[in-house]
Write a new protein. Structure first.
Length: 326
């Protein structure tokens, strides 16, 4: 319980009262603590929340997520004040590549198209040609000329998924990974499936076990019709229409809260119960309310970087389906 509050209801009431007085909208990522998700005005993946931020009438955005997500909201809403409750909440995946490293990689492949996952910093987006999400990465790559080299960054597991789906041999991947998703191993997956052979399986394409999931379906260890490689947004869509009794979920465990809210009739269980992002969990109830009271920490993106990064996001949207985020 945050200091100064007798119960969660009084804390929630104070959050809502402060947000109303400050003309703020509170956004929470699917991987946030359940208490943060429950008090937010909107819960979702990073791109969906950034687009909500851009369309919201509020003049202030409180983004309970990690830093690149708040940056993306600022890129799409330059006129609004964007606050992250703890600016130290970073991302191990976004941190695997810098703008300088990307410029050096581009120099090694002149003329290549740079496809950047939304889980990147503003500076990296600004050096990219087009952004993608995990749900539309295949479509984005397929929109590029077949004979043009593609530099896909930063997640190597998502890149492998895209390469498999497109059959593209001229796609080069950056060797980056999310430490949480990479830690959901093939061994974790195999053990979970052995323990629950009749369960359905939701696997995020960033996971270290995603290739194993596809291999297990190909050899018949798990039925293909019960195995789904999905973004977080697509997991919720699948959960809402599913009649499964049990679903094993391979992604950050914060996602279980939203899945259980989406379909209370399904028993959702994590493939790896330890798959918790320490950066996401840096946003605590106490920090959230302090950010509303003190309007810290504010996120700034230099105008020239924001303009270039916005162009990469807009190119993604222009090809058609903008996707449901990471």
């Amino acid at each position: 319980m945050p200091p100064g509050f007798a119960d969660w209801t009084s804390w929630q009431r104070e959050v809502h009262d402060l947000a109303r007085r400050k003309d703020a909208v509170v956004l929470a990522h699917n991987y946030q603590l359940p208490q943060i998700q429950d008090v937010a005005d909107h819960v979702g993946d990073s791109l969906a929340l950034s687009r909500l931020a851009a369309s919201a009438e509020a003049s202030m955005i409180i983004f309970a997520g990690v830093h690149f997500m708040a940056e993306t909201a600022k890129i799409l809403s330059p006129e609004k004040k964007v606050i992250i409750p703890d600016a130290r909440a970073g991302c191990s995946l976004a941190d695997t590549i810098t703008a300088d490293q990307l410029r050096a990689w581009k120099a090694e492949h002149p003329g290549a198209a740079v496809v950047a996952y939304v889980n990147t910093t503003a500076e990296v987006k600004a050096e990219s040609d087009i952004c993608c999400t995990s749900s539309n990465a295949v479509e984005v790559v397929e929109s590029l000329p077949a004979d043009r080299e593609v530099l896909f960054l930063p997640d190597m597991f998502l890149a492998a998924h895209v390469k498999r789906k497109t059959g593209r041999t001229n796609l080069h991947s950056w060797l980056g990974e999310c430490h949480v998703h990479a830690g959901i191993s093939p061994q974790d997956l195999e053990a979970a499936v052995r323990a629950e052979p009749d369960a359905e399986l939701y696997v995020h394409p960033e996971c270290g076990c995603s290739t194993s999931a596809l291999w297990m379906t190909s050899v018949g260890d798990i039925p293909a019709e019960r195995t789904h490689i999905l973004s977080t947004g697509a997991m919720l869509d699948e959960a809402r229409r599913s009649s499964a009794g049990k679903v094993l979920v391979a992604t950050e465990i914060g996602m279980l809260h939203q899945l259980r809210r989406a379909n209370a009739g399904i028993d959702f269980q994590p493939v790896n119960p330890q798959a918790s992002c320490r950066y996401m969990k840096m946003i605590t109830p106490e920090k959230l309310i302090n950010s509303l009271r003190n309007e810290t920490d504010e996120v700034h993106v230099p105008a020239e970087i924001a303009a270039a990064a916005r162009q990469a996001v807009e190119r993604m949207v222009a090809i058609g389906r903008p996707g449901s985020g990471e």
